[in-house]
Design a binder for this molecule. Structure first.
Ligand code: IVH
Length: 748
């Protein structure tokens, strides 16, 4: 190949990129389709003759490749969080006020954007080349759908260069894959003509397209993308704000929302939200709300995030569709922890793009509050992805002779699955089946154990789980470790009349992936064991702070959380200024004041330890009263987790794991120490060790020490006779540790 051919190829590729951008991103094509096709054809011909020109970032590589077996899971470099939602403008105002309170004295500005109703994805670029595109998944890890995303023309395969000095090493753009309404209509018309089932709405069509294993089929779907966020960024220009991010996204060649509003106060925010609602009908893609974001990134960092969502953003959802139908029966479902959930069986109705025949009723209390009865005409509502719910009853249409719902009467005081006893804990609103051998629970526990975000066991869905329990091959997830391919291969998943064998291939996959589960981390195990109240986030937090399962079972942190909760409740009870419980005499008042003070100082001491470890955050100091705080794991979950480990099931599980030789490790064990990546400054004379010793301890635990305090410092280790450093650390709001606290942190 001569250089001139290479050069011609580069020119063609660049021209195609330019025209793609003009057409797909800017919606302003500069050449006719025919001219475009000519250039494209020349590029394909050149590549056919010189295969080495067919590089992965060539525009020809969008057509889609060979079908694949399934998607790989990719872990997001920065988790993809979701947003807190509201349907009330009042809550939007409260949100804005809340952020103001967290950032006293700061003038704040906001960006209001359309909430695109599509599928969230992350696009990763390394040295300007598109490397990985993934769905959000559970926020921590998603599906690698790179091949499918490459077929979307508005996704640049290579970023446009910024300035010379701005070398973008890593750039993750985040946004929403959508299908335009016009593209969706066209697709459905074509499917109708071919006798294929129709998609209910553009969002479903988008989700269905991204899940295709054959990217050459995806290339034919009218997908598009809007970008509004970022993940990991390394190198390149500093991005300080949402508006700055939009600017950079635009320069790099991405499509950003066509309409955004920059607002200075709540009035402007609400006006923007309303204006968006007026004009969004004219957009060429579906939107279901407005997203309100704090503009400045430094302020975002200061307000932080809860476990699931940032505190600096909120989604306001426009009113969802409601319809009326009749509730024909109430059935009871048994969940994996034995919870009995009432379910409304409905006369089927069409709402928001799909037919609904069931809705959740949450729990008995909710049923009672809304006074929902069998035979009632009810209003149901579907909000996006959420399971439809019953909003209210049309009392005027209630037939004669209905009875209020009564769980005990409906179930005959028995679990509908196993006939075992049911019980309502004082602490929970839900009824539970107390029989841990209940097959419904057992099957759901197996399925839960096998979930991708738990122990990721292949070929173990609901049908196989049900069968394993029914055939008594596995009643509990740890039984899976005893199963063999010989046992599983002939398992009949069908009926005697119509047998359907599990098969050796699937059996091997299952057994192999069960083996793989042995070495999975503590977070996945904690989540997979179906401990009541143990969600992914709590499991993740616990794994960060504990070495293994026995450490969680005996966790001093969880005990501290419970003790704190009890002590705070006690301060409320004995508060000498309590209106409900006034002191009986002056002497009583004095005594209660003393007790109150001592409790507050006990609370502060416990809390300081937890804060120093990063397990708790103080949101507000309250002077002589207990501060407002949050802990990584709340008191109710802490109680539930310790109760489970103390129960027969919990103890038996730990014993069995030990026998199986399985000892899942927490993040600290598999990673480094408690101070991984943290920077210390030491000041003053430490009572029990020299500075050199302290430095060695810090380094042994993954941290480092520097001489002077800056914003980058994480901890000040302060001894006696401290100088100006203490004041500076305080003014910067750094964590200040004394020697005992520091040593305690190293022990855990
Ligand atoms: S920001 C950490 N902006 O809404 C903040 N999300 O309900 C992450 N979405 O998962 C999201 N349009 O899929 C943001 N302009 C927008 C959005 C948007 C749609 C989706 C996104 C997210 C979901 C949260």
């Amino acid at each position: 190949m001569t250089d001139s051919l290479g050069q011609r190829h580069a020119e063609l590729a660049e021209a195609i990129r330019r025209h793609d951008r003009a057409y797909y991103v800017e919606a302003k094509p500069t050449i006719s389709d025919r001219e475009y096709d000519q250039i494209y054809r020349e590029l394909l011909d050149l590549e056919a003759a010189h295969r080495e020109l067919r590089t992965p970032d060539s525009p020809s590589q969008r057509v889609g490749g060979e079908p694949i077996d399934g998607f790989e899971t990719v872990r997001h470099a920065v988790p993809m969080m979701s947003l807190d939602n509201t349907y009330s403008q009042e809550e939007v105002s409260e949100f804005v006020e809340r952020v103001h309170k967290l950032l006293p004295g700061e003038p704040l500005d906001w960006v209001v954007e359309p909430k695109a109703d599509g599928i969230a994805i992350s696009l990763r670029y390394e040295d300007g080349q598109f490397t990985i595109g993934a769905t959000r998944g559970d926020g921590v890890a998603g599906d690698d759908v790179t091949a499918n995303l490459r077929t979307i023309r508005s996704i640049p395969l290579r970023l446009r260069p910024l300035g010379q000095e701005d070398v973008l090493e890593v750039f993750e753009a985040r946004g929403e894959v959508i299908m335009t309404r016009s593209g969706f209509e066209k697709l459905n018309r074509a499917r109708e003509a071919e006798g294929q089932p129709l998609f209910a709405n553009p969002r479903n069509a988008t989700a269905g397209s991204l899940k295709q294993l054959d990217s050459s089929l995806v290339a034919k779907r009218p997908l598009d993308i809007v970008l509004y966020g970022s993940g990991e960024m390394a190198g390149g220009p500093e991005v300080n704000s949402q508006l700055g991010l939009f600017d950079v996204l635009g320069q790099l060649g991405f499509r950003t929302p066509n309409h955004t509003w920059h607002c200075k106060n709540i009035e402007e925010v609400l006006a923007a939200v309303e204006e968006l609602d007026r004009i969004r009908g004219g957009f060429d893609y579906d939107t279901d709300g407005a997203v309100i974001k704090l503009n400045r990134f430094d302020l975002r960092e200061r307000v932080g995030a809860t476990a699931k969502a940032p505190r600096w953003a909120m989604a306001y959802k426009y009113a969802p569709e409601q319809v009326q139908t009749r509730l024909t029966a109430i059935t009871i479902q048994v969940g994996r922890t034995g919870t009995l959930t009432p379910v409304a069986e409905l006369e089927p109705v069409f709402v928001d793009g799909s037919t609904i025949s069931r809705a959740t009723l949450h729990n008995e209390e909710e049923l009672g509050r809304k006074d929902i009865r069998i035979g009632d005409t009810v209003i149901i509502e579907k909000r996006g992805d959420v399971i439809p719910g019953v909003i209210s009853v049309v009392k005027d249409l209630r037939p004669a002779g209905t009875e209020p719902f009564d769980m005990l009467a409906v179930t005959g005081s028995q679990c509908p699955e196993c006939g075992g006893a049911i019980n309502k804990d004082k602490e929970f609103v839900a009824w539970r089946c107390v029989n841990t051998d209940c097959p419904a629970q057992a099957a759901q526990r197996l399925e839960h154990f096998a979930a991708r975000t738990a122990l990721d066991v292949d070929c173990l869905g609901d049908i196989v789980s049900d069968k394993l329990v029914e055939r008594q091959l596995a009643g509990n997830p740890l039984d899976l470790f005893d199963l063999t391919v010989e046992q599983l291969g002939p398992l009949n998943l069908g009926t005697d009349d119509e047998p359907r064998m599990f098969g050796e291939k699937n059996a091997t996959k299952l057994v192999d992936s069960v083996e793989r589960a042995r070495t999975m981390g503590l977070d996945r195990w904690l989540f997979g064991l179906a401990i009541p109240e143990m969600g992914r986030t709590i499991a993740g937090s616990l794994a960060k702070f504990h070495d293994d399962l026995p450490a969680v079972a005996a966790s001093p942190l969880l005990r501290d959380v419970i003790a704190l909760d009890e002590k705070v409740a006690e301060t409320v009870r004995i508060n000498p200024r309590s209106r409900n419980n006034r002191p009986k005499s002056d002497a009583d008042k004095v005594e209660r004041e003393r007790q109150y003070k001592s409790l507050v100082s006990e609370i502060s001491r416990t809390l300081d330890g937890l804060v120093a470890l990063g397990f708790a955050k103080i949101s507000k100091e309250n002077g002589d009263h207990p501060p407002n705080y949050t802990t990584e794991v709340g008191p109710s979950a802490a109680r539930s987790v310790l109760a489970w480990f103390g129960s027969n099931t919990g103890r038996a599980t730990l014993e069995r794991l030990a026998k199986l030789g399985i000892n899942p490790r927490g993040d600290r064990q598999s990673g480094g120490g408690v101070f991984d990546g943290k920077t210390f400054v030491i000041t003053g004379t430490l009572p029990g060790m020299s500075r050199e010793e302290a430095k060695a301890v810090i380094e042994a635990n993954g941290g480092k020490t520097t001489g002077s305090i800056s914003k980058k410092t994480d901890y000040l280790l302060a001894g006696e006779k401290v100088g100006s450093k203490l004041a500076k650390a305080e003014s910067l709001g750094l964590a200040i540790l004394d020697e005992p606290t520091f040593l305690r942190m190293c022990e855990r």
